[in-house]
Design a protein around this ligand. Structure first.
Ligand SMILES: *[C@@H]1O[C@H](CO)[C@@H](O)[C@H](O)[C@H]1NC(C)=O
Ligand SMILES: *[C@@H]1O[C@H](CO)[C@@H](O)[C@H](O)[C@H]1NC(C)=O
Ligand SMILES: *[C@@H]1O[C@H](CO)[C@@H](O)[C@H](O)[C@H]1NC(C)=O
Ligand SMILES: *[C@@H]1O[C@H](CO)[C@@H](O)[C@H](O)[C@H]1NC(C)=O
Length: 426
């Protein structure tokens, strides 16, 4: 289980990076580089880029995309993370502490390093760089799951296939993560992370700055695994989407997507007596977290609902903190879903009296553990992992399109069949 996106700290430093002489430099194909579209206002850009999503909530714990990077179009798996800006790869610079990755490590090319004076660097951290000419843009990110990544920004060609068929080799800033604390000897499902946060350095913001697409991100994660991710206006439906204003203020770190209004939590029709919850939409987290203030009453209500039902809490399953066993192992959600009520988030519309409801069925917030066949709760106690905020993660997002509209500063969602992606690709 991972909890990316939500970061503890983000430090950008201007440091001199010691890079070994690179014998394997491959020149970027200049013809591929997208020309910045002169004076194109965002509204005139009508295209989008759509990626096929791989993965699931359980047992994989990741939804990720395959993206080709570099002039040789090398494929990498990137974890979709709407909770942070920086896209980075486990990187051979050489790497201090890299895990075993699905693809060979990204190779650092020394002349692709981004100087710390570039705006993409300063947007990640406003650290002053005193000797601009010989300073690279160094970064350090610590995630809430104890993971950490250190590296330097580089620019490399990423072929972007617009939905209208045009392919651009866009020169985008990504992180070369050459020190991945605590990852030594582990195996990673992904080669890195696709940062889709609000900030200027995010993948979507960079594509928008190039004039290719609008900064509208939509993900659709299927409970059967897979789905799609789009950047741009299409295929966001023009109707049927529930919208709520996006928080603009810096109540949180700027990068977090959070509704402007506060949220109330319900279990079925029952109000869990906490008002004014702030929630963060973070696809970098596999499960969802509530702080103790909301989590503790939610669990008591759930326990009350389950009294007299043929389910017992089991301590013999470490899949997730709370698991229930039945008379015999469960094989599907149908075996127990009637014992649980949907979790409902009632999100207030800022100063307006409107309320938008996101209903999470038990099939989304529970998992069937393997091989035990228990029903385990995918809502976790944030206070136990020192989170102060409430995080809506991948499990709550399943089987709906979730839209982060940075152009109109709103967050939306709509029920969707996320496996129906034919027609999105041409
Ligand atoms: C596709 O969209 C891009 C960006 O809007 C535009 O520059 C390009 O001409 C379009 N290509 C086609 C074939 O319409
Ligand atoms: C990583 O693990 C290998 C093999 O166990 C070991 O030789 C190496 O020193 C470790 N590197 C770090 C940075 O801990
Ligand atoms: C959640 O975690 C906090 C802090 O560790 C703890 O005080 C609280 O009892 C926990 N709630 C539940 C229901 O386990
Ligand atoms: C739950 O535990 C009680 C007491 O140990 C036992 O009698 C009952 O059969 C168990 N129920 C299930 C569904 O396992």
């Amino acid at each position: 289980m991972k909890l990316k996106g939500y970061r503890k700290t983000m430090i950008m430093l201007a440091l001199v990076l010691l890079v070994p002489p690179s014998g394997s430099f491959v020149a970027g194909n200049q013809q591929l580089i997208a020309p910045p579209l002169a004076a194109t206002s965002a509204n005139e850009v009508g295209s989008s880029v759509v990626f096929r999503v791989l993965g699931n909530v359980y047992p994989i714990g990741y939804y990720y995309v395959e993206i080709n990077i570099g002039s040789l179009s090398t494929p990498y798996y990137l974890d979709i993370d709407t909770g942070s800006d920086l896209t980075w790869l486990h990187c051979d610079a050489p790497c201090e502490d890299c895990p075993k990755t699905p693809h060979p490590l990204y190779q650092l090319k020394k002349d692709s390093l981004v100087p710390c004076t570039e705006s993409v660097c300063t947007s990640l951290h406003s650290n002053i760089c005193d000797k601009p000419t010989d300073h690279e843009c160094h970064y350090e990110i610590e995630y809430a799951d104890q993971g950490a990544s250190q590296g330097a920004l580089v620019k490399d060609v990423i072929p972007i296939c617009l939905a209208n068929g045009t392919v651009y080799g866009s020169l985008l800033a990504i992180g070369c993560g050459y020190d991945q604390q605590g990852s030594n000897g582990t195996t990673s499902q992904t080669d890195g992370l696709l940062g889709l946060g609000k900030g200027k350095a995010s993948f979507a913001s960079q594509l928008q700055s190039l004039g290719l697409v609008q900064n509208v991100i939509a993900h659709c994660f299927s409970s059967n695994g897979g789905g799609f991710l789009s950047i741009g206006e299409h295929p966001v439906p023009s109707s049927g989407v529930v919208w709520t204003p996006m928080s603009r203020n810096s109540l949180f770190d700027e990068s977090y997507y959070s509704p402007a209004g506060s949220t109330e939590l319900y279990l079925g029709k029952q109000y869990i007596g906490v008002m004014d919850l702030q929630v963060i939409f973070d696809s970098g987290s596999s499960y969802s977290y509530f702080s103790s203030q909301a989590y503790t009453p939610l669990i008591s209500s759930m326990m009350k609902d389950l009294a007299g039902k043929p389910l017992n809490i089991t301590k013999e399953d470490n899949t997730l903190p709370i698991c229930w066993s039945g008379a015999k192992p469960f094989t599907s959600f149908d075996d127990f879903k009637n014992y649980f009520s949907p979790v409902r988030l009632r999100i207030k519309n800022g100063w307006m009296s409107q309320v938008q409801v996101m209903e999470i069925p038990p099939e989304s917030y529970m998992i069937v553990s393997r091989p035990h066949g228990n029903a385990c709760l995918g809502i976790l106690n944030g206070s136990e992992v020192e989170l102060d905020d409430n995080i809506i993660g991948d499990n709550f997002f399943q089987d709906r399109m979730v839209i982060y509209d940075n152009e109109q500063q709103r967050i939306g969602w709509a029920p969707a069949d996320c496996n129906k992606i034919s027609g999105l690709f041409n």
